[in-house]
Design a protein around this ligand. Sequence first.
Ligand code: GLC
Length: 453
Amino acid sequence: MPNDHALQTEAQEILLTNWCGKYTKPSPRLYPHQWNWDSGFIAIGFSYFDQKKAQQELRSLFDAQWRTGMVPHIVFNPAVAGYFPGHDFWESHLSPDAPSFHQTSGLTMPPVHAIALLAIYRNCHNTAAVRFLKELFPKVKALHRYLYEYRDPLKEGLVYIRHPWESGTDNSPAWDEPYRSIDLTHVEIPPYRRTDTTVINAEHRPTKEDYDRYVYLVHTAKKQRYDEKAIAQGFPFLVQDPLFNGILCKANEDMIEIAEIIHEDAGQFKEWNEETRRAIDGKLWDSQMKLYTYYDLNAKRRTTAGAHSGFVPLYGGVPDSSRAQELIQTLQSERFRGAQAENYLVPSYDVTSPRFNPVRYWRGPVWINVNWMIYNGLRRYGFHELAAAVRQHSLDLLRRYGFYEYFDPRKNPPPSENEVPARPGERREMGGYGTDQFSWSAALCLDLLHQNS
Ligand code: GLC
């Protein structure tokens, strides 16, 4: 098992290997372009050992910002072919708001950028870092303004996502309920060919039905020329997500701090922060599940999903202390930790639910980025022991399996499911899934090692 120093060296090497000159790809093979929230996490990792790359990472992403303020979820590298869905599938030029010099997707991702920006400043503190804060501040502000202007139709301080990809948690069971209104046998799905399952075991990836829905939703947004106002009037998938909104709270808070450092007005961020905090707490809290959950704007009801995203409002300082206490009871219960503490924290879905799947992407496996937010949320509320456990479990997984994309939450998975032949006659333990050399697992490992408790 690698020690902390070896882990740190390996993490830095992964980031440098995946660095493409102007941005960092999430992994060597599976994700060759620039991804939105990945870049935020990656910038945090680089800020510990290469400030220039940390800054360039965010700069490249915001170079592709849309005129509305939206930051796209993928910025395509024109030199790389063969990825699905590629720029020709997205046709972002259908929108007059898309940038003309960059090819991008037509949707966004959780707004982690202010958090990354502040981390860059904290880890550097020199005049170049202050200049960078000044350079990025108006761009990040435009992104937050976009979210409140176009994604909050009820003007309640809660923004919606209009595609599961916008949550970053693509195939979470959280979408099972909102999907009920989409009848795949009656909607138009253009032909497409997946490339992900040629690289990764299909059992560990979203299903064909998931992809049909992803493609259908993009196709529908394209028919509306990505016009946000038209989409807000009627779209088959409009969901308020506790992870997206919890991150937005934290990002508003960090913008308040950045505004103070560079002597800008923080008033707007204070208002947004307060509004969103209250709205998450008022509308997304499920008192039976003792967890934050999702609101489906089309069905006009809260869903019953028990996902790790429901803990992320801790990171944004949303609950009061008694509600925070209820949340940690949930986290330590059989639903997440397991009756015999048999799981690594934090499975991406309630392990007692029939929707749980320990290997299929966001339907059960542990993810380092969400763990990292929960860890910071727990620390914020003074739950230091539990925070230390989440940190330790994250590092244990990285040490045991390597820098994978996601991990089997079971500490002792049945050997038959969990082992693959290494060489003839030899078995190798497999609990790290998806792509290896995954950038945000490396980047946030650096942050966790640095925080040291
Ligand atoms: C997958 C993940 C998403 C991530 C992307 C690139 O789509 O679900 O969260 O940003 O891969 O790593």
